[in-house]
Design a protein around this ligand. Sequence first.
Ligand code: ADP
Ligand code: MG
Length: 709
Amino acid sequence: MPDPATPATPLDRVPVADLQRVGPRLLARLARLAIHSVQDLLFHLPIRYQDRTAVVPLRELRPGVTVQVQGQVSEAQIGYGRRRSLKVWLTDGAGAADQGSESGVLLRFFHFSPQQLAALRPGVRLACYGEVRQGPNSLELVHPEYRLCGADEDAQAATEPRLTPIYPSTEGLQQSSWRGLTDQALALLEQCPPGAYLPAAAMAGFVFPDLRAALNYLHRPPLEASLEDLTERRHPAFLRLAFEELVAHQVSLRRLRLAHALTPAPVLGGDGGLRRRLREVLPFDLTPDQEHAVAEIAADLARPLPMQRLLQGDVGSGKTVVAALAALQAIESGRQAALMVPTELLSEQHWKGLGNWLKPLGVEPVWLTGRHKGRERTAILKAIAEGRAPLVVGTHALIQEEVRFADLGLAIIDEQHRFGVHQRMQLRAKGAQEGGAPHQLIMTATPIPRSLAMTIYADLDLSVIAKAPPGRTPIVTVALPDERRAAVIARVQDACASGRQAYWVCTLIDESEALQAQAAEETAAQLKDLLPGVRVGLVHGRQRAAERESVMAAFAAAALDLLVATTVIEVGVDVPNASLMIIENPERLGLSQLHQLRGRVGRGAAQSHCVLLYRAPLTAQAQERLALIRSTLDGFRIAEEDLKMRGAGEVLGTRQTGTLAFRVADPLRDQHLVSAAQRAADLILASHPDLVEPLIQRWLGRREAFGVV
Ligand code: ADP
Ligand code: MG
């Protein structure tokens, strides 16, 4: 084995495979997180920290705090309330004889195995870690982490001397592995300093720790580090890294923009004929916001530089028709247009919907997804390659190797947040004939404030549809406590009996998809029992994409009445007949996410309702948040509030998709760093071109690989 400790090897060139106890399986899991080198590992930073430095006596527990406790199981039983759960009473083991003076807490498990049930028997001693909540009768820890401990193990043995880092992970990778890996990486860091990619002038005015000290601090907070400082991410170690990351993003986006400006694009003036005819067949007039966006796009397309424009508009604001007009402008000019969307079902809906509008004009959209195979596929590919397909609608299948366009003039991407920069670039590359590039229109339903958009999408121009078309029946949103569940279920029964459809969205505190899926499965089973005659479908993130899509398609075709789902339904299907949505535990979701979910209803003629089925008692903040959701349907307002409360990463959905992902920085929280980061990026591009590549590689890694076109 090569000696990874050779000081001369920079850490970005030491593969993680050189570390101890890294076999092929671990390697594959790390690769899923784009971790290939020791440097990648060092820049994979904890998302949070736990305080296991003390064992808190049970009598001192308070709701809302996350603690480590120890005690003895005094009783364990399965509760058959509204929801089956395993209830385990933990006391601090002073002994039953010590009547009355004993304190306790209830551990509650909604998901448990027979082995767990057998292990958690009275008399067993446990060390637990979790958040204290006020239950109906006592304080509770819901799904705490726990381990059995020996009778002789004292409280001290369970504690850790310093805050415990928790790393963002992937299936099959335990926190203990992360600690082992980062221990080794930090040891190597001692021998070899990290590359310095920010010139001193770029950091003028800041007092930052050096990079090595910052990495050490964040991976292994010293004994005196404060959990609050770390959680709030305002420690200079964080700021040092956040700043560098912001600079890296700016450098990468600006470089893209500069590259675009050097590439010629076809001039798509068009004669306006097809567009005029589309406006004639449309059953509505465009709103002023739509007209404005159409005009901005039309002007861009008529220029010999590739358009890079983001069209922002809330769910239902009418982005599709704007895209259709742009596509027609390209087609009028004798070029092809392509529309890429994240799911097969959505691509089908767009293909059909656009077909209804465009076929009367003699423009027949072509549909391409992974589902198209064999002869059919060959024929579609041939039509695209020979230029007989003026408009191609499809999924990721559009960016596959074999797809060749005769003359792609405009690439449109819908639901941008589901794609990475590189996928955008791959589609763009499909039109790169003779060194040129197609125009790009990127659409998003995440309504973020303009200033933030300018930071995140520094390579794009921006068009906004702020106001939805008139004449919609606003969705009525109500919040009900979980005690009213039976009444809510009766309401679902009524809606389905009268031929309407409904969504039931399950959410869980736990981030793991496995538990989410399990909760949705259980809820679906229960609702099936309680709602005889109602056809219930289930979608969650653990299903294969094909299975999920076929359930969604059945729901869209009204072959199912009720769709039980995790938050995977957030993106885009249009089922106008669905007019009721129940969202469980809405207090756990961000406002923007709630808003996006709610946007699945309210698409048809019938009055739509959204029921937020919360678990009482709500904190004051949660009450405020749900009140806001109930009081407005304005996505921009909701996004602003959400940003204030939670920060940009959450609002943009990066935690779920990992596409836009900032690792440390949050462009909203770290706003005060943004303009300095922009200046630093300019400085680096102008005076330190040798730093550009390593900086981008460190922070964006392979994600930027397609940036250089
Ligand atoms: P999104 O922005 O979420 O993609 P869509 O483009 O799907 O929204 O539009 C939602 C609905 O509104 C569609 O049924 C569309 O035909 C309709 N629509 C779009 N523009 C207008 C308008 N100006 N007046 C009335 N209805 C419109
Ligand atoms: Mg849409």
